[in-house]
Design a protein around this ligand. Structure first.
Ligand code: NAP
Length: 225
């Protein structure tokens, strides 16, 4: 059995996934800071996935690309650089990692890739123009690569709504704010990292062997109701 490569396993959803997967398999993590966990199954590379040389990994069964952004501004305040930065971290970073490893993943066991979008692609949300544009690109890549890599590598994407992670910390400053944002959702709550990670873990597993090219809402009902 090959390793699972998590890009962004030091924090948030990737960190929750890392903890879940370490009990089952070898995990290679790439992030700029260390995940604060020691485990015989864990190999960590401290690097910037957008710029630094990516390490060679002997055998890989799956890739999960977690870096993302929540850059919310009215259109009058968004600069070209905002769009470029959001595109770089969400789309080009994922492309860079996939291009580097897909040949190895193809030879893996139940090979699979999981990417992250946002509910703001499915449902129009004010001030989300830049991140929604970038994440729409991620959804496009998901479907294109699912077609290109079938029948070997499955490619799926998760579209969360607000989830309690370091990325969303500025929006979830205190309990009142968290409650107010939770109340915008049909399920009246803010998501937790482990809830999103559990869906990623499922999509990587044998149980999801017949699933590819899908965008999975983990959004408290926000995207559909
Ligand atoms: N949280 C939400 O409310 C929410 C909502 C909708 C969509 N999403 C999406 O879900 C995904 C995961 O979000 P999250 O909230 O878990 O994010 P997070 O808390 O910011 O964690 C992101 C992870 O990616 C790593 N990372 C970021 N840039 C990197 C780089 N250049 N090179 C290597 N590693 C890098 C970070 O580690 P280092 O800092 O150590 O490098 C961290 O481990 C993202 O794509 C996000 O857009 C999140």
């Amino acid at each position: 059995m090959g390793a699972l490569l998590i890009v962004g396993g030091s924090k948030g959803i990737g960190r929750a996934l890392l903890e879940m997967e370490l009990e089952k398999r070898k995990v290679v993590n790439i992030s700029r800071t260390e995940p604060n966990i020691q485990h015989a199954n864990l190999t960590h590379y401290k690097l910037d996935a957008l710029k630094d040389e990516l390490p060679e990994i002997e055998e890989i069964d799956g890739i999960v690309y977690c870096p993302g952004s929540i850059n919310l501004k009215p259109i009058g305040s968004l600069k070209q650089e905002d769009f470029q930065q959001d595109f770089e971290v969400n789309v080009l970073g994922a492309v860079r990692v996939i291009q580097h490893y897909f040949r190895k993943v193809k030879k893996g066991n139940n090979p699979s890739i999981v990417l992250f979008s946002t509910v703001a692609v499915k449902r129009g949300m004010a001030f989300h123009a830049s991140v929604a544009a970038a994440k729409a690109g991620v959804e496009g890549i998901t479907k294109s690569l699912a077609a290109e890599f079938a029948p070997t590598i499955r490619v799926n994407c998760i579209a969360p709504s607000i989830t309690d992670t370091p990325l969303a910390a500025h929006l979830l400053k205190n309990e009142e704010r968290k409650e107010a944002l939770g109340n915008n959702h049909p399920l009246k709550r803010v998501g937790e990292a482990h809830e999103v990670a559990a869906v990623a873990s499922f999509l990587l597993s044998e149980k999801a062997k017949n699933i590819t090219g899908q965008i999975w809402g983990v959004d408290g009902g926000m995207g559909s109701i």
